[in-house]
Ligand binder design. Structure first.
Ligand code: PSV
Ligand code: MN
Length: 424
């Protein structure tokens, strides 16, 4: 199923006058409305191929129907999201869940929908059918060189698929760790991981990057070999220029100051990008901005300030991607909400007068600094987002349009009620 521009424009006509009233109001309230809209128009967030189906937990999975049955259908779903919000122009694939049988036709389909391929993700956290050696005790850190070799080769194969599709980065997340004290020699595991990553690094094309994701626990519950940003940063530094650290918001222990991590990684030129989600307790993979939108805003404040300091383009300077699980919501609606929350935080951060904030910091004027941040955070920037979408040919209200156009019903009709997407 595809959504034509005209259909979306027709949807917009009902909401147009209310939108214009709100947009005119905010344009009068803030100094840089036109500039913010321009930046919002350029800002896109990649959709992970594994988030287009219903998520689940180890206790169960409740499919909502009409899930994409193939890579082609996953790409179509991202096309639907992008047609509605004009902010999701790329897809991130997980191999082997999404092996492209015919790369050129997959690429063609994506380009027809205005999409390209973001980072490709390797998977050495599960055993695949017909796999020679098991990852039960880890992959790149494994005590057995033959297992490490198999995992390295898998990553090199993922790069090969990525090259065919025009990706420019390999994203590596390892489940490697231990469940019990004494199970692992920490130094040995770290050293093995480094050496395996070095082999992968050496296989990267010149214009490619490798992004190293960290996570403190799960599936292992005593230690994780790349458990925090320090360990990821250490590896990225040892590897070289093409390696950097990927921040998944859910991969922190409770109350971690993520904005500070982001600021320092950016300062060191080692922030690869993001996996956006939100959490209340652990790696909950909830919709970004649904639990702690203020934290998201504070992260974007550091991003805007830090990227400007390094002269980085906000839209392309680092990788922006969602990594969430939609257990009880329609995945497409959830992804639309995620993109909206990310862009709200970004727009609010753009409202901060950085010179004024620096002056307050310089004068130790703590109350003023807080006022500046909260003034921006409490501004309703949604009309700016809607205006950016409208100008780009998207929907003023993407979820309302998705519902009015009965997109899910159409997908169920096309694909069936009991389809299951590949992935977790
Ligand atoms: C692990 O929790 C993770 O965040 C990694 O990014 C994986 O690639 C992704 O989830 C999908 O399982
Ligand atoms: Mn992730």
């Amino acid at each position: 199923m595809q959504l034509e521009k005209q259909v979306i424009q027709d949807m917009n006509s009902d909401a147009l006058s209310a939108h214009q009233r709100k947009y005119n109001y905010i344009s009068g309230e803030i100094a840089n409305a036109a500039k913010v809209v321009e930046k919002l128009e350029a800002f896109n967030i990649a959709i992970p191929s594994w988030a287009l189906g219903t998520g689940g937990t180890r206790f169960g999975r409740f499919s909502g129907g009409g899930e994409p049955r193939s890579l082609e259908e996953k790409i179509e779903d991202v096309g639907l999201i992008h047609a509605l919000n004009r902010s999701s122009n790329s897809i991130s694939l997980h191999i082997p869940w999404d092996i492209p049988d015919n790369a050129s036709s997959i690429k063609f389909l994506a380009s027809q929908l205005g999409l390209h391929f973001d980072a490709v993700n390797s998977n050495t956290f599960q055993d695949q059918k017909d796999q020679a050696l098991s990852y039960k005790f880890g992959s790149l850190h494994h005590v057995d060189k033959a297992v490490r070799r198999q995992a390295v080769e898998h990553n090199i194969e993922v790069i090969k698929y990525g090259v065919e599709l025009g990706s420019k980065a390999l994203s590596v997340w390892l489940a490697d760790g231990s469940n019990f004290p004494g199970q692992l020699n920490f130094r040995g595991a770290f050293q093995n991981t480094f050496e395996s990553l070095q082999e992968i690094y050496d296989a990267l094309p010149d214009d490619w990057k490798v992004w190293i994701e960290y996570k403190p626990f799960e599936p292992n519950f005593y230690s994780t070999t790349i458990g925090d940003w320090g360990q990821s940063y250490l590896l990225a530094n040892k590897l070289g220029q093409k390696a950097s650290t990927l921040v998944d918001l859910g991969h922190h222990l409770p109350n971690t100051n993520i904005e500070q991590i982001v600021s320092l990684l950016l300062m060191e030129g080692k922030l690869a990008g993001f996996h956006f989600n939100d959490s209340k307790y652990g790696d909950d993979d909830l919709t970004v901005g649904s639990i702690n939108p203020y934290q998201l805003f504070l992260i974007f404040n550091e991003l805007v300030e830090g990227m400007d300091a390094r002269g980085l383009d906000h839209a392309t300077g680092i990788g922006w991607m969602i990594d969430a699980s939609h257990n009880v919501k329609d995945p497409i609606e959830d992804l639309l909400q995620s993109v909206e929350a990310i862009k709200i935080a970004y727009a609010q951060a753009l409202l901060i007068d950085q010179a004024e904030l620096k002056a307050a910091q310089q004068n130790n004027d703590v109350a003023k600094a807080q006022e500046i941040l909260q003034q921006a955070y409490r501004t309703d920037v949604r009309p700016l987002l809607a205006e950016a979408r409208l100008r780009a040919g998207g929907a003023i209200d993407p979820i309302a349009a998705f519902r009015k156009l009965s997109v899910r019903d159409e997908l169920v009709k096309e694909r069936g009620l009991k389809t299951v997407a590949t992935g977790l």
